[in-house]
Ligand binder design. Structure first.
Ligand code: C5P
Length: 208
C-alpha cells in the first residue's frame, strides 16, 4: 500500500522532529526535502566558487545523489540561506520533482516534510499537516540547536536569518510556502514535542 503524509511549514517550527517521530511510529519512510535544496545550494556554491549560476544549480539538482544529501554540513545557517535561493529557481524545483513524487508513493507509506509537499508535490496526500510556531519561539529553538552544535551565533542573528528565509520562501513565484486548504494546522508554540507528536499521530490514525 502507499500512504503519504505531507508536512509543511516554516523553518524551525518542529516539522523535522514531528516527521521523524511519526515515520518511526507508523514504520513509514521519511524524506526531509529541505536537505535536497540544501545539498543543491551548497554544491552549486562550491562549484561556482561562491557564486550560484542557475544553469549549474539545475545540473547539480539533476545529478543529485544520496552521498550529496548525506553531507554533514547541510544544517548550517549558510546552507539554509543558499537552499532558499536555489529553491526559488523553477528549473531546480522541476529537477527534484520526480524523485520526491516517487518517494511519496513508495510501498509501505512515506512522510515528506518541506514547504510545498501538500500543495505541489503530493496534492493527493492522505494526510496533510501545516506545522507552525510563533517567530520568537522558532528563533529561540533554532538558536538553541545551533548553540548545542557549537555554532558561534546570537539570537538576533538567528531571528533575522529565519525572517529572510521565510520571506523568500513565501514570496517566490514558484511553489511558495503555503498551507494547503485541506491541511490540518498544528501550532507548536506552546506544545511540548510529545504533545505535538501525539496530535500528529492522532490525525494520521484517523485516516489510516
Ligand atoms: O526545511 P529546511 O529549512 O531544511 O529547508 C531549507 C530551504 O529549502 C527552505 O528555506 C526552502 O527555501 C527550501 N525548501 C523548499 N521546498 C521544500 C523544502 C525546502 O523550497 N519542499
Amino acid at each position: 500500500m502507499s500512504f503519504t503524509v505531507a508536512i509543511d511549514g516554516p523553518a524551525a517550527a518542529g516539522k523535522g522532529t514531528i516527521s521523524r517521530a511519526v515515520a518511526e511510529h507508523f514504520g513509514f519512510a521519511h524524506l526531509d526535502t529541505g536537505l535536497l535544496y540544501r545539498a543543491v545550494g551548497i554544491r552549486a556554491l562550491e562549484i561556482g566558487r561562491g557564486i550560484i549560476d542557475p544553469a549549474m544549480a539545475e545540473k547539480v539538482a539533476r545529478e543529485l545523489t544520496e552521498a550529496h544529501i548525506a553531507r554533514h554540513d547541510l544544517r548550517s545557517a549558510r546552507a539554509g540561506q543558499t537552499a532558499s535561493k536555489v529553491a526559488a529557481l523553477p528549473a531546480v524545483r522541476a529537477a527534484l520533482l520526480d524523485f520526491q513524487r516517487r518517494f511519496a508513493r513508495r510501498e509501505g507509506g512515506a512522510v515528506l516534510d518541506g514547504r510545498d509537499i501538500g500543495t505541489v508535490i503530493c496534492p493527493e496526500a492522505e494526510v496533510k499537516l501545516f506545522v507552525t510556531a510563533s517567530d520568537a519561539v522558532r528563533a529561540q529553538r533554532r538558536y538553541e540547536e545551533l548553540q548545542a552544535a557549537g555554532a558561534d551565533t546570537t539570537l538576533e542573528a538567528v531571528a533575522s536569518e529565519l525572517r529572510q528565509r521565510d520571506l523568500r520562501d513565501s514570496a517566490r513565484d514558484v511553489a511558495p510556502m503555503l498551507r494547503a486548504e485541506d491541511a490540518v494546522l498544528l501550532d507548536t508554540s506552546e506544545l511540548s514535542i510529545d504533545a505535538a507528536v501525539t496530535q500528529a499521530v492522532a490525525e494520521i490514525t484517523k485516516k489510516l
